[in-house]
Each structure stands twice: as C-alpha cells, then as structure tokens.
Design a protein around this ligand. Structure first.
Ligand code: ZN
Length: 370
C-alpha cells in the first residue's frame, strides 16, 4: 500500500478541521432556526478545556464561552453566526426551559444515572422519547416539550434520584456535534435528532411526578419540624390537600405529594389507603380562592393583593370543609375568624392606589385567630 506523505496528512487534517468548523456553525444556526436558544460553549482540545483554567478546569468543554452564559442564550441567527465566526470550534449549548420550549433528562452513568433511569421507568412507565442525544461520555439527554407548568431545574437528584438531572430554566445541554472531554463527539441517536423531529410530551406520570416532587418542596421548607400526631393526622392532611386543590393541583399529583407529607410528618404515617381517601374527597370539593376568580375585576384584584400580601400567594389560606377559613402561620394551620378576614379585605380595598389610600399593611397579630 502506498504510504501517505507528511504533506498529504497535513492536508487531510486541515480539511477535517474545516469540516468540523463548518458543521458546528451550521448545526448551531439550524438549532437557532428551529427556535432553540443557543449558547457558545468552551470546547476541548487534546483533552484540555479552551478556557483560561486549561487543565485545571473542572467542567471541560461544558461551560459557556460568552459573557453572560445562559442568560445570553439566543435563537437569533445573526447573533449565532457572529459567535461561531469568532470561535468556529465552540461547542454548542442549548438553553433548556421556556426560552427554548424544552426540558431534558440528563442521564449521567458515572453517578448511577442508568440505574436511576431504570428504576424510574419501572415506577413511572416508559419514556417514549423521540429526541435523544448521546454525550461522548456514555451519558444521554432525553429531550421533551416544555410542560404547561413551571419546572425547576434539578441537578441534586431531588426529583428522580442520583445521576438523573432535570434540565429546565437556567440550564444548558450540550448538543451534537460538540466535542466531549474524552474526545468523542456528541451525536443524535439514529432517527432522533432535534433537527429532524419535534420533541414529544413527557408521559403523564412523569409530569405528575415532577409536579408533585416540586410542589412538596415548598411547604416542606417551612414545616420540616412540623410533626402531625395521632388524632390530628386526618384533619391536617385534609387541610393540606384542600390548599393544594385551590392551586389547581390535579388529584394524582396531590396524592403523590400527600403521600410524601404523610411519610415525613405524620407520626406514625396514615395507611396509604387513608391518604387516597382524603385526596378523593378533597378533589370533589369546589376550588376556592384563585381558581374561582373572575376576569380581572375589582374583586379579583383585591383578592390577588390580599393573598399575595398576607397568605403566601394563596398557599397559606384555605376554606375548609368545616366551613371555616384556615391560615398557615409559618408553623401550623390556624382557624381564623371571618370578621377578621373581612377587615383585611376592607383595608386592602382602602389601600388601592385609585382610592388614595396607603398600601395595606402586612397581616395583623395572630391573636385575632380563634
Ligand atoms: Zn473550562
């Protein structure tokens, strides 16, 4: 076989390099044209990150190379061309979340992501994902359409477990044909490119799981030490479910969230069948508060102001099946007198700017409660 001369080898290597530059820019532009917000990322040369930290970089080829990172993500073709003309070998980041209309599950096998994915599939069902990329380092990104509710990013395994991150607002996934730290390229799974297919919806049980895991994160932060003891467990869980019902939470999400609260706070926890009964009865109740609001009229505005100001946006006030209003005081739920609530409504109305009043003051003393 004829030996390849040194100059031929250089020529081949240059032409491969040119191909790579062209394909990165073309891909970045194609993503932008599809409406995905793109970010230029540092890349890896001979195993070393192109950022100023070089060998010391802890996240080689995976962090933004622009000034303001994910905040500067853009789907404007002229901006994307400018970035890749200046830095033709930049890896391609796609900002996840509402800016691109996608979320992604990032499976990292080095941290147990494969096992976590398997166990989640066992409990939540198959993923049926149409757009999947393989990272050069044996990981995968499963990309889905953004759900219709807020999804917070999670890289701590709080939603799915170790090694399975949830990428949403404020997060970036690296897209093919970027180069991984190990030297291999990110690729699309055959027939599953984001450029050829639209992402599908995350299956319902997965969506419900995210919603319930992220819904319980809030109340728990103010009530971790709140034990619910025998005798008050049923009432306390009913009130909690009632509050969630008013936020529009669907029954299956409510059940998942209430089971978590039951396990964490009830000493000892109620039977799961009891919790299911609570959810069944609460979800038949009419929605109070925000859910029943009319179209931006005075009553709506007053209620909105009052809920935001005194009742944690509505999460801290419920109208219970016992015909009383209950409010969460930061530690536990208290029944409140309707006359006191009427007083708060009146002072909120008087505080409206068009009524010339001062802005309403925060909630009065807790001694007003019965
Ligand atoms: Zn770096």
């Amino acid at each position: 076989m004829k030996k390849i001369s040194g100059s031929t080898r250089t020529m081949i290597s240059r032409s491969l390099q040119d191909d790579k530059r062209a394909s990165l820019k073309n891909a970045a532009v194609s993503y932008a044209k599809k409406g995905f917000a793109v970010v230029p990322m540092h890349t890896v040369k001979n195993g070393v990150c192109t950022c100023h930290k070089g060998k010391a970089c802890k996240n080689p080829g995976k962090h933004p190379a622009n000034m303001n990172g994910v905040k500067g993500a853009s789907a404007r073709v002229s901006q994307v061309c400018e970035w890749w003309d200046a830095n033709p070998l930049a890896n391609i980041g796609i900002a996840t979340g509402s800016v691109s209309g996608i979320i992604a599950l990032d499976v990292d096998p080095r941290n147990g992501g494969d096992e976590t994915l398997r166990s989640n599939i066992q409990s939540l069902g198959r993923l049926n994902c149409s757009t999947i990329s393989r990272t050069g380092g044996a990981g995968s990104h499963y990309i889905f359409r953004m759900p219709k509710f807020d999804v917070r990013k999670d890289s701590g395994g709080k939603v799915f477990g170790p090694g399975l991150d949830l990428m949403s607002d404020g997060a970036i996934i690296i897209a093919p044909p970027s180069v991984h730290a190990c030297g291999r390229m990110y690729t699309w799974k055959a027939g599953a490119s984001l450029l050829a297919k639209s992402p599908t919806r995350l299956p319902k049980r997965w969506r419900v799981h995210i919603r319930s895991m992220q819904a319980v994160a809030k109340p728990l932060s103010t009530s971790t030490s709140d034990e619910i003891v025998t005798g008050s467990r049923n009432d306390a869980l009913t009130r909690l479910a009632g509050a969630w019902q008013n936020t529009g939470m669907p029954p299956d999400a409510m059940l998942a969230a209430l089971l978590v609260e039951n396990k964490r706070r009830c000493k000892p926890p109620l039977d799961e069948s009891e919790v299911a009964k609570i959810v069944k009865s609460v979800s038949k109740m009419p929605v109070n508060g925000r859910g029943a609001a009319s179209k931006g009229d005075l009553a709506e505005r007053v209620m909105r102001l009052l809920l935001d100001q005194d009742f944690g946006g509505g999460d801290h006030l419920i109208y219970s099946t016992d015909g009383r209003f209950w409010m969460f005081n930061g530690r536990h739920w208290d029944a409140i007198q309707e006359s006191w609530l009427r007083g708060r409504v009146l002072s909120t109305v008087q505080g409206l700017p068009e009524r010339g009043g001062p802005p309403p003051q925060p909630s009065l003393a807790r001694s007003q409660h019965c």
